[in-house]
Write a protein that binds this ligand. Structure first.
Ligand code: ADP
Ligand code: ZN
Ligand code: ZN
Length: 802
């Protein structure tokens, strides 16, 4: 009997390796790598899930192997590439391989779901036998091995397909669709024979003529998206102009036309980028390019035309963008160019829709994938190009286990697929830019804006000046004046409130008491619209107090500059201006983010006010003014990337002004007008900033001169947390050389979250061959303690230190 190596779903250090199981003869041929199976585990009768990693003829194991109980999937859900990736990913992120494997799958496959057989060839006798007159067959663990084998054989011969359906969603395998046996000329002939007032028939025939390649189109899509009535379809069917058929699946409507876009004539700088990257695609060189292009230099067009080159080579392309810039605007630019060959993976999709997109990719119906972080695991094969837009974004790093950075995964996949990677940004991360400096990445600079449009004029307003500090609100006279002018010209403005997230808090003006979360060491945020005080860490909420819980005084006030507060100030200053607010509160509902942007894009508002989320990738031609209320917030973070984050934010948001033919103006209010991060951002001068910041990183021994690993310890008991932290530090000290730097243990900025205390240790090092092994040992040892409430987290190259 053949043997399978299986990673079991028991997330502990001790089980973090493949286990061997026998493949029963009845399941020979059926069990292949990438499939999930059920196996007995441990001494009892417990059955658990596992991933088949490898199948081999014999085992070296001396004892008796247990057999696989049953197969869960009837087709592999992960490719060999993904299985390989899981080894590397688990090692790099100090996480369990099982978590890595799970992370690569769409959530439907992790949740409760059912599997169905979908017939593809209904005439086949074996298919008919299998289905026994029914439309579908649910795959349950009641099926015998012979049936499983038959299903497997039919699937491999493309006679059936397997579909996963979330348990609470209906299976939609049959849909009515419209197709036609006529060709374009015949359709036009038929049209010419119609009476001129047969408007709906004409419309229908026009539609068919223009969408011949996309047929069959689902009936309801035809009705909903293209406004063609059911009666018109019936009439045409009667006259044999079309046929109604049935299509299997999909939830995704076919044949939607976003506005088609055509290739733009490239500028000289774009041309250089496209041809260099194109060469690497053609020669299958896994070279990484860093495209450092100022805002508005046309990086997106470079992405699109290089994707096209990959498709011409009969390859696929993967494009990652930060979730927040996955706007309809962005998506339309890609879908507009490549149409139905594009799959978009974003958080707005339901898990069913996400699964459908995943299936389309797996079935090779899709050539281009656009998505946020987790799209880096898209089951594309023959990847010819990977693009990471806004490569400096911290959101490419996952905050939870497995703490992977999509940028690193992309580089790994590029090696496997022999394809180039394009990292694009106006403000590259120091790490990437430094690698380009060393020649590890190929640097391509795009210094000019399209049409040689000037970079916006930036005015720095020193808030320490008397005239600014004397004003009551948050708007300096300079910013007020600029807003006034912009409104008078009927142009649009963006106002950025650089917020830390929990700035609107309640304080007693009598005794100074601040209302805090009972579970976390943070003040509660005041939500005016909900009439509630909320904790942004654990979700705790309580009514707004009427008097101080400490001294019973009624003199309680709300402090901090929340967006709601700024919105009120704007309303008072400019009563006639239409203000749109975009922050965590107004974008909580699905699609609301896109709706606000669409409204603003259609000039239904004059001012877009928002937090960091408005800084990215927006391209509105009527925006001529950008105001930044408080540039300093990010500067004061206790993170070594504080300056870098501030520079990036200010440069990005300034880039939103004056993108079409109008010149932009930017007003930055700050208490640190001489800080290089602010001055360089005002000049949009990345290179000067890079040099200065590199110098400072060198002085303070940080990235990219040193590698960083952050280890945090959490426990419900503060004393225990500290004890454990010091034990950990000692452990590390024994295995590190003198060159490594150990910081801490120190409490994190918010030292208590959800009733747990957090302490952290930072290791900075250049070359510590022992460290990796030591950390694995520590993980192993602390595992036993996990039951006592300890948790230990290792973050390789953290994006946030707080
Ligand atoms: P970036 O991503 O570098 O900030 P974009 O790709 O958004 O810049 O381009 C800015 C604007 O310039 C967009 O409206 C885009 O359509 C336009 N554009 C880009 N390339 C060209 C070109 N070669 N010719 C004309 N317009 C272009
Ligand atoms: Zn009080
Ligand atoms: Zn809380």
């Amino acid at each position: 009997m053949a043997v399978a190596e299986i990673i079991v779903d028991v997330p502990t250090m001790q089980t973090n390796r493949p286990f061997e199981y026998l493949i029963p003869d009845s399941l020979a041929e059926v069990v292949v790598p990438g499939m999930r199976v059920e196996v007995p585990f441990g001494r009892g009768k417990r059955k658990i899930q596992g991933f088949v990693m490898q199948v081999k003829a014999t085992s070296d194991f001396q004892g008796k192997l247990k057999p696989i109980s049953r197969v869960i999937d009837l087709k592999p859900v992960l490719s060999d590439e993904m299985l390989q990736l899981s080894y590397w990913l688990a090692d790099r992120t100090y996480s369990f391989q099982i978590s890595c494997l799970q992370t690569m799958l769409p959530s439907v496959m992790r949740a409760k779901y059912k599997q169905y057989v979908i017939p593809l060839d209904k005439e086949d006798t074996e298919v008919q036998t299998l289905l026994d007159g029914k439309e579908t067959l649910e795959i349950t663990n009641q099926l015998d091995d012979a049936t499983i084998r038959l299903i497997n054989k039919l699937r491999q011969n493309n006679k059936i397909d397997i579909q996963y359906v979330v348990e609470n969603q209906a299976l939609q395998i049959k849909r009515q669709a419209v197709t036609t046996s006529l060709n374009v000329i015949q359709l036009h002939e038929a049209k010419s024979k119609l009476r001129a007032n047969a408007k709906s028939q004409i419309k229908l025939l026009d539609f068919l003529a223009h969408h011949l390649e996309e047929l069959p189109v689902e009936l309801n899509v035809l009705q909903k998206e293209f406004g063609i009535s059911r009666s018109a379809i019936k009439t045409a069917e009667k006259n044999q102009l079309l046929q109604i058929t049935e299509v299997t699946k999909l939830r995704k409507p076919v044949g939607i036309d976003p506005e088609k876009t055509t290739k733009l004539k490239l500028t000289e700088e774009q041309q250089v980028a496209v041809s260099e990257i194109g060469d690497a695609i053609q020669s299958e060189t896994p070279q990484t390019f860093l495209v450092e292009g100022v805002t508005g230099s046309g990086k997106t067009e470079v992405y699109l035309q290089t994707i096209e080159k990959a498709l011409q080579q009969n390859k696929t392309a993967l494009m990652l963008v930060p979730e927040i810039s996955l706007t309809p605007q962005m998506v339309n630019r890609v879908v507009g160019r490549f149409g139905n060959q594009v799959a978009v993976l974003h958080s707005g999709l339901s898990s069913g829709e996400r699964y459908d997109e995943w299936t389309r990719i797996e079935n090779h119906d899709v050539k281009v994938v656009v998505g946020a972080r987790s799209a880096v695991f898209a089951p594309l094969n023959k990847i010819g190009l990977i693009i990471i837009d806004e490569e400096h974004e911290a959101s490419y790093k996952q905050d939870d286990n497995p703490r992977y950075n999509a940028r690193d995964v992309a580089l790994w996949r590029a090696q496997m697929n022999h394809c180039p990677v394009v990292l694009g940004s106006a403000t590259p991360s120091l790490e990437s830019r430094a690698r380009a400096e060393k020649g590890v990445y190929r640097l391509i600079r795009m210094k000019k804006r399209i049409n040689n449009q000037n970079l916006p004029h930036v005015q720095i307003v020193d808030m320490r000046d008397a005239e600014n500090s004397a004003t009551k609100g948050d708007f300096s006279p300079a910013l007020k004046e600029s807003l006034q002018t912009t409104l008078q010209r009927h142009e649009q403005a963006i106002v950025l409130l650089n917020r830390r997230g929990y700035s609107s808090f309640m304080m007693c003006r009598e005794c100074g008491f601040v209302l805090k979360c009972p579970n976390c060491d943070v003040s509660l945020t005041y939500h005016k619209d909900l009439g509630k005080m909320k904790c942004h860490y654990c979700g705790h909420e309580e009514p707004v107090p009427k008097y101080c819980p400490n001294c019973k005084s009624k003199k309680i006030g709300f402090y901090g500059t929340g967006t709601q507060n700024i919105e009120q100030q704007l309303n008072t200053l400019f009563p006639e201006a239409r203000v749109l607010r975009m922050d965590v509160d107004t974008t909580r509902r699905k699609g609301s983010h896109a709706k606000i942007l669409q409204k603003f894009g259609q000039h239904q508002a004059d001012i877009l006010l928002g937090t960091q989320m408005i800084a990215k990738g927006l391209d509105f031609p009527d925006v001529t003014l950008v105001g930044v209320i408080n540039a300093d917030t990010t500067l004061s973070l206790a993170d070594f990337r504080a300056s870098e984050r501030t520079f990036q934010l200010l440069t990005q948001v300034s880039g939103r002004a004056g993108r079409a033919d109008k010149t932009g103006h930017v007003v930055i209010q700050t208490f640190n007008p001489d800080h290089y991060a602010i001055k360089d951002a005002a000049e949009q001068d990345y290179e000067t900033f890079f040099k200065q910041e590199m110098y400072i990183r060198h002085q303070s021994n940080y990235t990219p001169y040193y590698f960083t690993t952050l280890i945090s310890v959490a426990n419900k008991d503060e004393g225990q947390t500290l004890k454990q932290s010091y034990w950990l530090k000692k452990q590390l000290e024994t295995s590190l050389s003198k060159d490594a730097i150990l910081l801490g243990p120190s409490p994190t900025m918010i030292s208590r979250k959800q009733n747990k205390y957090y302490y952290q240790i930072i290791v900075k090092y250049k070359h510590e061959p022992q460290l990796h092994q030591k950390l694995l040992e520590i993980l192993n040892e602390t595992q036993a303690d996990a039951k006592k409430g300890f948790t230990i987290a290792i973050d390789n190259e953290p994006q946030h230190i707080d």
